[in-house]
Design a protein around this ligand. Structure first.
Ligand SMILES: O=C1CCCN[C@@H]1CCCn1cnc2ccccc2c1=O
Length: 485
């Protein structure tokens, strides 16, 4: 097919919608906010899932599956935290022609589904820690502009729900999981993230505190919450009466966490790495890491070229590299080059008559188009090295670009100027919610309001006497601010 008709740096929104479709990740669906995840996207989800699932199993966390449907009584049990979310809850009201006696909610998240059973299953301290996870879909009937992967009415996620006897155990797990989320982004998707804590205003209202990995999209100058790991404190234990008899034989409430990452991760990766030729997939999450394209020439030994492609693909596959050959005879090599570039395959290998004669192949990187002739004898090692190099350079380039979008400010004027330049702003803050609300109100503009993204765990020195950029009061901590998704 033809190339993209939108350029990333000219109209980003249209570019994004086009590239996820042309790259065969997404097919639009006839219900707004719902998207078809095609195999090219599903394979990325599965690679991340394989990593994360293995890691949580090492932590003795067990997978389970709770029903999709939530009875209204249970959902309302948690009125304070869902009051803000209520409009997003989708309800089943009929079956066939007849109305249901009582409407049933579709899970937007599973706290209220699971915790009545946590209460039933947890009796004594020997029942703790209880650590469950489920891989499932959730539905949130959002109305703001739907975007493939980034904001959809149904999405895939994992949700972890754990209960401990002590706060210390819960605090530790929150950070263990957050580190896994950082690894998903930085080691698999090659996307740099900032670990931090959400403000009281931005945290999960039903919880105690929220930690997050924040990503950033330079093209739009918007931050995006990459994944969250909440400590729920004893809030839900109180609400759902989840008690246990501790070692002093006292009745105590459990300490709980909940944590999730979603298919939004794929959208962030596309936004960060994609270019005007299409998707750019980091090798670690590419279902096809190397695509072989035969370049037959007139009467030159076409069969020999095809056989060489097949043989080298097998050699690479045996070495654990995800390689395929595109031997279709109804497409030209040139068509195949742009097709696989559109799909973001990290490495293309061409074999033409000359390559065949010299017992070599020509490798072409997707990230920087660099070409390299490789003797077939060294293929496995050189391809492994190339893929590792592509992975690292994608991360390095994204980090450099993200760091260039961070502006440290001390005053309101500097803050507003940096926002106008689509930056993510690091500013000293008095940590007062009223001030945070005021900044939101004062920055409401066509680009959308600016909010706190997180207070970074790694923060610069805050010299004595530093004042808050917005209120002039004594600053208590640094915080990242920005427009966000
Ligand atoms: O993030 C997580 C991690 C996984 C488990 N759930 C927590 C918190 C979810 C917060 N939330 C988010 N949207 C909602 C939408 C409708 C009803 C309830 C909710 C809701 O509770």
């Amino acid at each position: 097919g033809l190339g993209l008709s939108n350029k990333k740096d000219e109209n980003f929104g249209e570019w994004y919608s086009e590239v996820v479709v042309s790259g065969e990740m997404i097919e639009y669906y006839d219900i707004s906010g719902c998207y078809i995840l095609r195999p090219w996207a599903m394979a990325i989800w599965e690679i991340m899932q394989e990593f994360f699932d293995a890691e949580i199993k090492k932590m003795k966390i067990k997978n389970c599956y709770f029903p999709l449907f939530v009875s209204p009584g249970v959902l309302q049990r948690e009125k304070d935290h869902i009051e803000g979310f209520a409009p997003e809850v989708a309800w089943v009201t009929k079956s066939g022609e007849s109305d249901l006696e009582v409407p049933i909610a579709i899970r937007p998240t599973s706290e209220t589904v699971m915790y009545p059973y946590f209460s039933k299953w947890i009796r004594g301290h020997r029942d703790l820690p209880l650590r469950l996870n489920q891989w499932c879909n959730v539905v949130r009937w959002e109305f703001s502009n739907p975007t493939p992967f980034i904001r959809s009415r149904e999405f895939l996620w994992q949700e972890g729900h754990t209960a401990f006897a002590t706060k210390e155990e819960a605090d530790a797990e929150v950070l263990d999981i957050l580190e896994l989320y950082r690894r998903i982004y930085e080691e698999y998707l090659a996307v740099p993230v900032i670990k931090g804590k959400k403000s009281e205003l931005e945290k999960f209202a039903g919880g105690f505190y929220t930690t997050t990995v924040e990503a950033f999209v330079p093209n739009t100058g918007r931050g995006i919450q990459g994944a969250t790991s909440h400590c729920l404190g004893q809030n839900f234990a109180k609400m759902f009466e989840i008690y246990f008899e501790n070692e002093k034989r006292e009745k105590a409430m459990v300490w709980q966490n909940s944590w999730a990452y979603t298919t939004r991760t794929i959208g962030v990766m596309v936004m960060v790495h994609g270019d005007d030729k299409g998707l750019v997939l980091p090798p670690k999450v590419a279902s096809v890491q190397v695509i072989f394209v035969p370049v037959p020439y007139k009467d030159a030994n076409t069969q020999g070229i095809f056989d060489a492609c097949t043989a080298t693909v097998n050699t690479l596959c045996e070495a654990g590299i995800r390689a395929e050959a595109d031997l279709r005879d109804n497409y030209s090599p040139g068509w195949k080059y742009s097709h696989w570039e559109m799909k973001g395959v990290p490495l293309r290998i061409e074999i033409g008559p000359k390559d065949l004669a010299n017992n070599q192949v020509r490798a072409v990187r997707r990230d920087n188009s660099a070409k390299k002739d490789i003797p077939r004898a060294d293929l496995v090692e050189q391809v492994k090295e190339l893929l590792a190099n592509i992975q690292q350079s994608l991360f390095d380039a994204a980090k450099q670009k993200r760091d260039a979008c961070i502006q440290v400010v001390k005053t309101w004027d500097e803050f507003v100027e940096a926002l106008g330049q689509k930056k993510m702003v690091l500013a000293p803050w008095c940590d007062e919610e009223e001030v945070e609300k005021e900044v939101k109100a004062r920055t409401k503009g066509e680009m959308g309001a600016c909010k706190t993204l997180c207070s970074p765990f790694e923060e610069p020195e805050l010299p004595e006497g530093t004042i808050c950029f917005a209120s002039g009061k004594p600053a208590k901590r640094w915080s990242y601010w920005g427009r966000s998704y």
